[in-house]
Design a protein around this ligand. Structure first.
Ligand code: ADE
Ligand code: ZN
Length: 339
């Protein structure tokens, strides 16, 4: 019953790095197609390298892997594979991150990157009815000037991009470094989100809210170290895009049983469940729901609320959100009638 509920319930995914959905098989195929040398001789060897001790140990491998992405069709194939997977997991809406600087810094034009991703999103809208928004992430280990240049490069594609985000190495790269870049983005009407409180302290969450003015916090799990911050997040119903398997793989928590997701839910925080970088962390969104559900003994109502939170926290218009919430209620009625 629980597995049927998780797999079938309509879902939204709000925290997914498209480069983090690059499966070893496709990495290998693209390396061959583009004549790129990989430091691995087989798909198994790539998978075996995915043992991480923290965020940075993952990022080193993730940025290296992205080197096989070169042409528009590569970005299309990457995004299309992810969206097919989402169709099979009953995900109806996605808001996906891309890291243009990872590609433009190695000479791949911005246009190449975004065209491939955008075309796949449009194809999934047509074929599956999956709706989507793109969120451009600035790499926080690079300078604010570089972020501002990237924002300029994005402007010809303004209509294809819903918002901006902030990702990469967190500790030592606080959000306030990007105050001007986020202010410029807001002038152009972009929504704002930021990774904060994954490895970094609660202060990074405060400043993402107060200095950057974000409307969602990505990860945010360290908020529970600061009761005043929790009270604010609850009062404002500020969504957190939590990624359970990622947090275990990157050792934010030792094991899933130690994850504070249920604690946050019990405190009234608007928690969502997402996959972050599923090709690297061992599971897509349904696996994240199931792993958290099993370890934390989430009940059916909690699973339903988390799925609803995904749509409530999305950038969809309120009317579409309401329609998705109704479709969840309808699905739950059907499942209950069938047992
Ligand atoms: N880039 C891709 N995944 C990330 C994560 N979990 N945190 C920060 N930057 C990332
Ligand atoms: Zn992330």
């Amino acid at each position: 019953m629980m597995e049927q509920l998780v797999r079938g319930i309509p879902k939204a995914e709000l925290h997914l790095h498209i480069e983090g959905s690059l499966e070893p098989e496709l990495m290998f195929e693209l390396a061959e197609r583009n004549g790129v040398d990989l430091p691995y001789s087989s798909v198994e060897e790539i998978r075996a390298a995915y043992e991480f001790s923290d965020l940075q140990s993952f990022l080193d491998i993730y940025y290296a892997g992205a080197g096989v992405l070169q042409k528009t069709e590569d970005f299309f194939d990457l995004t299309w594979a992810y969206l097919n997977r989402m169709q099979s997991e009953n995900v109806r809406h996605v808001e996906i991150f891309f890291d243009p600087q990872t590609h433009t810094d190695r000479g791949i034009p911005f246009r190449t990157v975004i065209t491939g991703i955008h075309n796949a999103l449009e194809a999934a809208r047509e074929k599956y009815g999956i709706t989507s928004f793109l969120i451009l992430c600035f790499l926080r280990h690079l300078s604010e000037e570089a972020a501002l240049e990237t924002l300029e490069e994005a402007l010809p594609f303004r209509d294809w991009i819903e918002g901006v985000g902030l990702d990469s190495s967190e500790v030592g790269f606080p959000p306030e470094n990007f105050e001007r870049a986020f202010a410029r983005a807001a002038e152009h009407g972009f929504r704002k989100v930021a990774h904060a409180g994954e490895e970094g302290p609660p202060e990074y969450i405060w400043n993402s809210l107060d200095v950057l003015g974000v409307s969602r916090i990505d990860h945010g799990v360290r908020c529970t170290e600061d009761q005043k911050l929790v009270e604010r997040i609850v009062r404002e119903q500020m969504p957190l895009t939590v990624c359970p398997l990622s947090n275990i793989k990157l050792r934010v928590f030792d094991k899933m049983e130690d994850h504070n997701l249920k604690k946050m839910l019990d405190q009234g925080i608007r928690v969502t469940i997402n996959s972050d970088d599923p090709a690297y962390f061992g599971g897509y969104i349904n696996q994240n729901f199931l792993a958290a559900q099993q370890a934390l003994k989430l009940n059916e109502n909690e699973i339903i609320e988390i799925a609803k939170n995904g749509f409530r926290s999305s950038f969809l218009p309120q009317q579409s959100i309401n329609a998705h919430l109704e479709s969840i209620d309808e699905f739950v009625r059907q499942v209950k009638n069938s047992v």
